[in-house]
Design a protein around this ligand. Structure first.
Ligand code: RIB
Length: 295
């Protein structure tokens, strides 16, 4: 299975703070660092490090060289990546006690066009999978156009925006979501994981992969269900943990692993990612995860 990932590429400006800034408050940051990230880039890096054949579609700006180089260093194919005469996307990330708070500014990620998507998709077809998140333009069009070409579609429903509810979600074969996104999609304010899964499984034919922090991760497709716990590690930075999970889960599926094994592998990979600071740089390789699971 070839995986085409239409996804964002961002410079992550990370600020260490004692607490997240509240409305009307000015706070001082301690350390500051810039990492290579973006949900799309992180997921392509995770897919490639997990051994998948991944092609990245998207756009960087004229400052985007390091983002492209990061993808290529991880083993992702960048032949479809555009460089536009604008600024690359960036994210402002507050980091407090291992938790993060993220604002994304789309930049080049938001300047993709439907004809560009169609041109890329012309090289893919049945047996291939399109992965999308919600930080680029043209997500709904890409889902429809991929399905029209006989591809499977995986949707990481992040971030949740108003326009997301107008996407053809019924076309997705995989939904990869965290608990906050799951609650929004299911239309509930309750953190009841079983109820979220029941509602989404009744509404969509997709396999639902729901990550729920310390409570692990759930898989549900129709009546089929399984769960994996987390591994205890010191939490340094949760940025890109969900992306690592997503990339490793799909790579494991592409390798033919059963959902329960794919969940366990993805859980091990994201545990390693949270024990390191940064985004793409925190994502482990397949071999590192195997070693971690063996110990
Ligand atoms: O999921 C983490 C990512 O979200 C960060 O790398 C940031 O760029 C935003 O896209």
């Amino acid at each position: 299975m070839r995986i085409l990932n239409l996804g964002s590429l961002n410079y992550d400006k990370v600020y260490h703070v004692e607490h997240f800034a509240r409305a009307g408050e000015t706070i001082l940051a301690g350390e500051h660092a810039v990492f290579l990230g973006g949900k799309g880039l992180n997921q392509s890096v995770a897919l490639a490090r997990a051994g998948a054949e991944v092609y990245h579609a998207g756009a960087v700006g004229s400052d985007g060289g390091p983002l492209r180089e990061q993808l290529e260093a991880a083993g992702a194919d960048t032949r479809y990546l555009l460089q536009l005469d604008t600024a690359s996307g960036h994210a402002v990330i507050q980091l407090a006690a291992g938790q993060n708070c993220i604002i994304v500014c789309g930049g080049a990620n938001r300047q993709l066009t439907d004809p560009y998507i169609d041109g890329v998709l012309d090289a893919f077809g049945p047996g291939d999978l399109l992965l999308v998140q919600n930080e680029t333009a043209c997500v709904a069009h890409a889902m429809r156009a991929a399905k029209a070409r006989g591809m499977q579609v995986a949707f990481n429903a992040s971030p949740i925006t108003d326009e997301l509810f107008g996407y053809p979600l019924e076309l997705a074969d995989y939904f990869l979501i965290n608990e906050i996104e799951g609650m929004a999609l299911a239309g509930t304010e309750e953190k009841d994981f079983g109820a979220i899964l029941d509602r989404l499984a009744a509404r969509y034919k997709a396999a639902i992969i729901l990550t729920v922090g310390a409570a692990g991760a759930y898989y549900r497709r129709g009546a089929e269900t399984c769960h994996a716990g987390i591994f205890e590690v010191p939490v340094v930075d949760t940025t890109a943990a969900g992306d690592t999970f997503c990339g490793f889960f799909l790579a494991a599926v592409a390798r033919g692993l059963a959902p329960a094994d794919a969940l366990k592998l993805a859980s091990g990979a994201s545990s390693l990612a949270v024990s390191r600071e940064g985004a793409a740089n925190s994502i482990p390789t397949w071999e590192e995860v195997q070693k971690f699971l063996a110990t």
